[in-house]
Design a protein around this ligand. Structure first.
Ligand code: FAD
Length: 573
């Protein structure tokens, strides 16, 4: 029943059933009126009446929301170039054949079908806030780009982030690790280098270069990849490639800061560095990559207070130096002008509503977003509450150092990214305590908290946060639907319903983990410990159980068993 027909102006072919002959918006593009699979069914007729909820992206945030939504409350359309959900925390394991690619993915249509929604494999390229239209770009069967508008009543932006190039030249000579395709390319490249190294025509020098693996970026992704690579080299590759000697293979981590895993507690960073030293993974700290050439990497490093430029021959370089805004996020931020002042992410209020967009229309979650923290305001209210309970004048409250520490503990739990700053506040406490009374007054504390606020830019860009934000929005949207009898799009002025039906978003930090080669480091809000491999997988299974299906859990169990019995899968796919 679907026919390709010329549209009203005859210039592009449109799908008659899905795209109305209507054009509109500032670019006068065809409008995908309402997407329905079978217009005659009662469910679909009912859905046409429902508010149009458009979700951009199929990552952690969007999928967590889809899993919470009550089926049938909204007419859901998901738009993403990726038609699967990817379980990123275990992606480094897939680069070395410990896990298979398909064990980390879940087809998005299974998830979308649960809420009787629709999926479009396409990319959102712009948003027209006043007309409530998302501009979508799809590539048709003839390889032609087609643009159309998708109308929404509510829009969720969950488009994640992109690689941060930091203005470094030569990134075309690097590999990245964000998608399944990236993991596949990494695996191919490692195995190809090993094969080249075994050719009788390869010189000794060339062999060492091919087997020199560089990881630029000492954050969790870079460190975990280095650990997985090291495990594979030791446990499988050297057995499979007996011509290669262990001392011909080298792994180097280049980190711009003083320690790897610098967002974790320092004791854990040091533990990870010692472990790497023992495993002969070279860690180059205070080093900045300047350029990546096809066969070597140029970086500067501080030596005796001077910056010295150095060169490292390499056969493989992973670029994992942090994240930047996607093109869509940049465009949205520019459009919203003064409301969006953060250069790294889209700013939302604590109800996750995009600042500057009409109230209650657009939300942003996950890596592409940041919540305005207002820690100072939050804590001030908290402290005033304490004063009120004690029957004291809030403006004359004094905290002892111990009391301050208790408050700081609460802040650290809710805003883990504040931990480093809070340590500085402990020092400031002493400086402020000029009269040596051992206490701080309320005004001084507020001043300190404002200082912390100004230093914090965002919550961490993690699956943990994206997942919590998606769940939060899903729950809130269910409450909004339940709050309005006979919930119909054209009857609802969403306005500030958010605040009436649900609390503001609160992030609960569950701790951070990094795999460092048959061991792991954990940072639970200042409580640190390191543990063995079982602990690593136990921790990851917690996420896994929450986010992925029985199918993927079974596949994962099979992969681990296969690896234990037969070693890693060393085939290039
Ligand atoms: P993503 O999961 O990145 O999803 C974004 C989605 O948007 C994708 O589906 C993408 O295709 C889609 N998209 C992009 N542009 C558009 C567009 N224009 N229109 C429509 N759709 C679009 N976090 C942890 O908490 N713990 C870990 O152990 C951990 N390990 C990691 C390991 C690796 C190798 C990587 C890469 C990340 C890891 N992270 C981890 C971070 C975590 O994966 C991210 O924080 C998380 O994926 C963010 O979720 P998101 O929904 O914001 O975005």
């Amino acid at each position: 029943t679907y026919q390709e027909t010329p549209d009203a102006t005859g210039d592009i072919a449109v799908n008659e059933k899905a795209l109305s002959p209507r054009r509109g918006g500032p670019k006068n593009l065809p409008i995908a009126e309402v997407l329905v699979d079978d217009e005659d069914s009662d469910t679909m007729k009912e859905q046409k009446e429902k508010p149009k909820l458009v979700i951009l992206g199929t990552g952690w945030g969007s999928v967590a929301m889809l899993k919470e939504l009550v089926p049938g409350d909204y007419h859901v359309t998901v738009v993403s170039p990726t038609n699967y959900f990817l379980f990123t925390p275990m992606l480094p394991s897939a680069t070395v054949g410990t896990l298979e690619f398909r064990s980390l993915t879940e087809p998005i249509r299974r998830i979308v079908n649960r809420v009787r929604g629709h999926f479009l494999q396409a990319e959102a390229v712009d948003v027209e806030f006043t007309e409530k239209l998302v501009e979508v770009k799809a590539v048709d069967a003839h390889g032609q780009e087609q643009h159309f508008y998708l109308p929404y009543d509510k829009l969720i932006v969950g488009v994640g982030s992109t690689t941060n190039a930091h203005g470094v030249k030569g990134l075309e000579n690097c590999n990245f690790l964000k998608s399944i395709e990236d993991a596949r390319l990494i695996k191919q490249k490692i195995l190809h280098n090993m094969e080249l190294a075994c050719l009788p025509t390869t010189s000794d020098e060339e062999r060492r270069r091919l087997l020199s693996f560089v990881i630029s970026g000492g954050g969790p992704t870079g460190v975990e990849f280095a650990a997985e690579l090291y495990d594979m080299l030791n446990e499988d590759l050297l057995h499979s490639f007996p011509r290669i000697l262990r001392n011909e293979v080298s792994v180097h981590v280049i980190q711009s800061r003083g320690h790897i895993l610098n967002t974790y507690d320092e004791a854990l960073s040091v533990y990870a560095e010692k472990r790497f030293e023992h495993d002969q993974v070279e860690v180059l700290t205070n080093a900045r990559v300047k350029e990546v050439k096809p066969d070597r990497i140029l970086f500067s490093q501080m030596e005796d207070g001077k910056s010295v430029t150095k060169e490292l021959p390499m056969g493989f370089c992973l670029w994992s130096t942090g994240v930047a805004q996607t093109e869509l996020s940049q465009k949205i931020a520019k459009k919203l002008g003064d409301f969006q002042t953060n250069r790294h992410a889209l700013e939302t209020d604590t109800h996750l509503r995009l600042l500057g967009a009409p109230l209650g229309d657009v939300y942003a979650i996950g890596d592409c977003s940041t919540v305005q923290n207002n820690i100072a305001d939050h804590l001030t209210t908290f402290l005033r509450g304490i004063a009120f309970e004690k029957g004291k004048d809030p403006d004359k409250v004094h905290l002892t150092f111990q009391e301050w520490r208790n408050v700081a503990h609460t802040v650290r739990r809710r805003f883990p990214q504040a931990a480093a700053h809070l340590k500085r506040v402990d020092k400031l406490f002493e400086e402020y305590d000029k009269d040596k009374s051992g206490t701080l007054d309320f005004g001084e504390i507020h001043e300190l908290l404002v200082q912390i606020d100004s230093k914090l830019t965002s919550l961490p860009a993690t699956a943990q946060r994206a997942n919590q934000q998606g769940q939060y929005l899903g729950r809130k949207f269910n409450k909004i639907a339940a709050a309005i009898p006979g919930f119909r799009a054209n009857e609802v002025d969403f306005g500030d319903l958010d605040e009436a039906v649900y609390k503001a978003f609160e992030y609960h930090h569950l701790g951070s983990l990094a795999y460092i080669g048959n061991a792991a480091v954990f940072d639970f809000n200042g409580l640190n410990f390191s543990g063995g491999l079982m602990a690593v997988y136990l921790w990851r299974s917690i996420y896994f159980a929450q986010s992925v299906s029985i199918r993927t859990r079974l596949l994962l169990a099979m992969d681990w068993t296969k690896r234990a019995l037969f070693g890693r899968d060393l085939m290039s796919e």
